[in-house]
Design a protein around this ligand. Structure first.
Ligand code: UT7
Length: 306
């Protein structure tokens, strides 16, 4: 028995901002951004609620279910439209009449929300809608090249259903280290600020450590993974983590080139890309792994039953 993923959806703003466009107003270049981050372009615009509604609605359509079939909505966001809960407004706009709450675990947010959903399913809920939605561009100082080239907007969603016979989520390892909180933070009425090099080092360490523990708990080795679906913060972080895990890059899903860092939306955006390219099949093992401000991290081993 356990939780099954039965539907997915994504939404990104129409507006594409290329590296060349950014380099017209910032002391940076397309070459530097691509080489140091892997980003070619990103989507900018929308709102957390608007993008969340779009992605959530698509996930329900993909699952072939109605709004009344959802018992709980968990919204992961680190760039909420307002401080008061955003999830109820998404629920209202989608025609859901269920419990709804926000969680903030920064770029690990989608994974934390899935973990929350798993618990909700084990305690009597039938279907939970998880949405990761971000409007990070609102909290970017567009004269700060450190952050402006990285962060972007978007949303992704998944429907999880309780299943008495199947279980997609084989293991979960979550963690946090508030002692490192100042390395990447955003104050009220402020902008995201980061010690990029130190976050990079810690990110590789926690991704590798939590992934190894998630694999061990699931009872599989890295060789058995069909896919790694990582948070998209920097192509070099993905490469370094995969190298240490002994996973070739052709098993990693990379969408950072098109979307930049969309925090809690990045893992579902990567999942959608893998599915669109027919890279996900029934019975396959995948490692989902995220890290971010807080610092927080989360890794899970999934075996797709659908
Ligand atoms: O999503 C969750 C968490 N976020 C992350 O995981 C991000 C982690 N960090 C990173 O991805 C990278 O550290 C960055 C992309 C932020 C920076 O890359 P880096 O290779 O660590 O660069 P750096 O900070 O060591 O800077 C190297 C050089 C510096 O110049 P000097 O001192 O060598 O002359 C920087 O001033 O690159 C310069 N630089 C830039 N140049 C052009 C820094 N940002 C830029 C830029 N354009 N945007």
């Amino acid at each position: 028995m356990g939780a099954r993923f039965i539907g997915w959806g994504t939404a990104v703003p129409d507006r594409i901002v290329t590296n060349v466009e950014l380099s017209q107003t910032l002391p940076t270049s397309d070459e530097w951004i691509q080489e140091r981050t892997g980003i070619k372009e990103r989507r900018i615009g929308g709102t957390v609620i608007g993008l969340g509604v779009e992605a959530g609605t698509r996930a329900l359509e993909d699952a072939g279910i109605e709004p009344s079939d959802i018992d709980f909505l968990v919204l992961a966001t680190s760039a909420a439209d307002r401080l008061t809960p955003n999830a109820p407004m998404i629920a209202h706009a989608m025609g859901l009449s269920c419990a709804a709450m926000d969680v903030n675990a920064a770029c690990s947010g989608f994974m934390y929300a899935v973990r929350t959903a798993q618990g909700l399913l084990e305690t009597g809920n039938k279907r939970v809608l998880v949405i990761g939605a971000e409007h990070l561009s609102r909290f970017v100082d567009w004269s700060d090249r450190n952050m402006a080239v990285l962060l972007a907007d978007g949303a992704g969603a998944a429907v999880l259903e309780y299943d008495p016979t199947e279980n997609d989520i084989l293991s979960f390892v979550l963690g946090s280290d508030g002692a490192a909180a100042e390395l990447l933070t955003c104050e009220h009425n402020g902008f995201f600020q980061m010690d990029g090099a130190e976050v990079f080092r810690r990110a590789v360490r926690v991704v590798v450590d939590s992934s190894e523990r998630a694999l061990a708990t699931a009872g599989i080795t890295a060789d058995e993974l069909s896919l790694v679906i990582p948070h998209q913060a920097n192509i070099r972080i993905i490469q370094a983590a995969c190298q240490r895990l002994n996973v070739e890059m052709d098993r990693a899903v990379v969408v950072i080139d098109r979307y930049g860092n969309t925090s809690s939306a990045s893992i579902p955006l990567a999942f959608a890309d893998a599915r669109a390219n027919d890279r996900i099949h029934k019975g396959d093992y995948a490692l989902l792994t995220g890290f971010g401000a807080g610092m927080t991290w989360a890794s899970a081993v999934i075996r797709w039953s659908k």
